[in-house]
Write a protein that binds this ligand. Structure first.
Ligand code: FE
Length: 335
């Protein structure tokens, strides 16, 4: 064997080894620390091993490039638009599972069984305890009120969390209203959009702004962090609603890839993630809201209050993402 052949054989082994050892292969946009406790519980219960490739971008392109030879069985991601994108690209397959249909309410799964939501999260307002009366925060529409001038912090308008909220605003009020809403919100910002959701709470703690937009579970993550605990304790979690609607929610979800070489075991993993045990882990470890009826949020998450989720259809939300991005760019929201 020449050196070159030996190296190539080694390279091939290196590529194949993880897939050969694992029974279910996962491509995930969700972070390792969030997902591993769930996968460990799955392996403990079923003996089926898992292998995760954590991606930060390009999942659909990778699945398309790999085609039928893709080692991936399952994709894990947050945000309905990413699930919808995978379906539109043809890299998923429908999963006909009575278990999943019974465990996940119809509003949180695809009518064609291409994707399944496993948790929800609400996009809420973090408000300075010492400077904002909770009764002052009412609707998303009201965030353009001049009383908030120079007092709001938020992350980029082009981030998927913001775009989903803007898409929901378009659903409720149309594009013209939403363009004005974005202009009004921009006019009330204390600083240009920057940083992640937690950075906005830090800015409230530091006195740079009084309210911010953020996802619910970050409150739990900040409270669990020695440095960030102070930021979290400086704010209240408040649940705004849309006029004549509810609080904006998004999902994290799963889909089976079109290639799925380990289909049977992959289905077992999907069904496990919707089971009471996994739903409880999501609630306790990730501070998310379980979707399965009968599964409760953690005591900490429940202590922030309850809310009525907005009733916008998730697929419609995904379909309005392009329009939302166009408006965000048109008003130069981040500029
Ligand atoms: Fe997040």
């Amino acid at each position: 064997m020449t050196l070159r052949n030996a190296l190539m054989a080694g390279a091939a082994l290196a590529v194949l080894a993880p897939a050969a050892q694992a029974d279910v292969n996962i491509y995930s946009y969700r972070q390792p620390e969030l997902i591993q406790p769930l996968l460990d519980a799955f392996t403990q219960e079923t003996g089926i091993r898992t292998n995760v490739a954590f991606l930060t971008k390009g999942m659909v392109e990778r699945l398309q490039a790999e085609g039928k030879r893709s080692p991936a069985d399952i994709i894990l991601t947050t945000d309905i638009s990413r699930l919808a994108e995978a379906v539109a690209a043809g890299v998923t397959q429908p999963v006909d599972s009575p278990v999943l249909q019974a465990a996940i309410p119809a509003a949180f799964r695809d009518t064609n069984n291409q994707w399944f939501g496993v948790t929800t999260r609400a996009r809420i307002v973090y408000a300075a305890k010492d400077r904002v009366d909770p009764a002052e925060v009412t609707t998303y529409e009201d965030l353009t009120d001049p009383k908030w001038q120079g007092r709001i912090c938020t992350r980029s308008g082009t981030h998927s969390y913001t775009l989903a909220l803007v898409a929901a605003m378009i659903h409720h009020h149309g594009e013209d209203y939403t363009r004005d809403w974005l202009k009004g919100l921009k006019a009330n910002l204390a600083r240009k959009p920057q940083g992640n959701d937690r950075a906005q709470v830090k800015a409230i703690w530091a006195g740079e702004c009084d309210i911010s937009l953020g996802n619910t579970y970050y409150m739990g993550e900040m409270l669990a962090d020695d440095e960030q605990k102070e930021w979290a304790n400086s704010v209240n979690v408040l649940f705004p609603v849309f006029q004549e609607g509810g609080t904006h929610v998004n999902i994290s979800g799963i889909a089976m890839t079109k290639a799925a070489p380990n289909r049977d075991d992959a289905l077992k993993l999907m069904e496990f993630l919707a089971s009471p045990k996994a739903q409880e882990i999501y609630a306790e470890v990730n501070y998310e809201y379980p979707v399965a009826p009968g599964s409760e949020p953690s005591a900490l998450v429940a202590s922030w209050g309850s809310f009525t989720p907005d009733d916008v259809n998730l697929i419609e939300l995904a379909s309005l993402r392009g329009a939302a991005l166009r408006l965000v760019e048109e008003v130069d929201f981040d500029g």
